[in-house]
Ligand binder design. Sequence first.
Ligand code: ADP
Ligand code: ZN
Length: 215
Amino acid sequence: MRTVLLGAPGSGKGTQGVVLAKKYKIPQISTGDLLRAAVSAGSELGKKAKSAMDAGALVSDDIVIGLIGERISQDDAQQGYILDGFPRNIPQAKALDLMLSELKQPLQSVVLLDVPFEELMQRLTGRRTCVECGAIYNVHLSPPKVEGHCDDCNGDLFQRADDNEDTIGNRLNVYQEQTSPLVNYYQQQKKLHSLPGRGDVDNITSMVGAIFDSI
Ligand code: ADP
Ligand code: ZN
């Protein structure tokens, strides 16, 4: 099952991706996570990516396309994957289509999580992530039971470096200008399914699951 979760920063792609990957036993592949891992590891690639990420800009297409090409060729991705945060502009989408048509394994479905713009800011400024298990909380909308600690594993919660107001503004602009044209792109390919990304998280998971089940 080869799928893409599309949506603005804060639309819930990451949250849904983690849950759906478990349910369908395929990896969630997040370019954001791959890039953050490269930054923490201090690799050459991480050094190149860091300044763009800190500014809320896109990392160069060459870098992310290379990362994705490598990742989808690994063993655990042969039964499919959920792409989260990639593609993020038209050139990336075209590069992905080309890569997958060479493998004769085209994308099957793209799910857009549609969230009103006003809600995104609140979601992003309040977002906290568990260092241990990656669970995502929101101090405004879905706080943990004990402040600063994960409900599931008691791990410490941290705030991502790019979840501050200045950077968030840039990320949302980049989404409007560069990523949102993908909605049309995938609509033309008849692969797009649009869902409201607001409301109960489990309910959204079921709706995305129903789309995945129909592939
Ligand atoms: P969000 O979707 O919440 O902004 P991500 O974790 O997906 O968070 O991405 C964080 C940052 O990583 C982006 O702001 C950007 O700098 C970089 N990044 C992630 N995916 C891509 C991509 N496909 N192309 C270019 N840059 C990317
Ligand atoms: Zn945890």
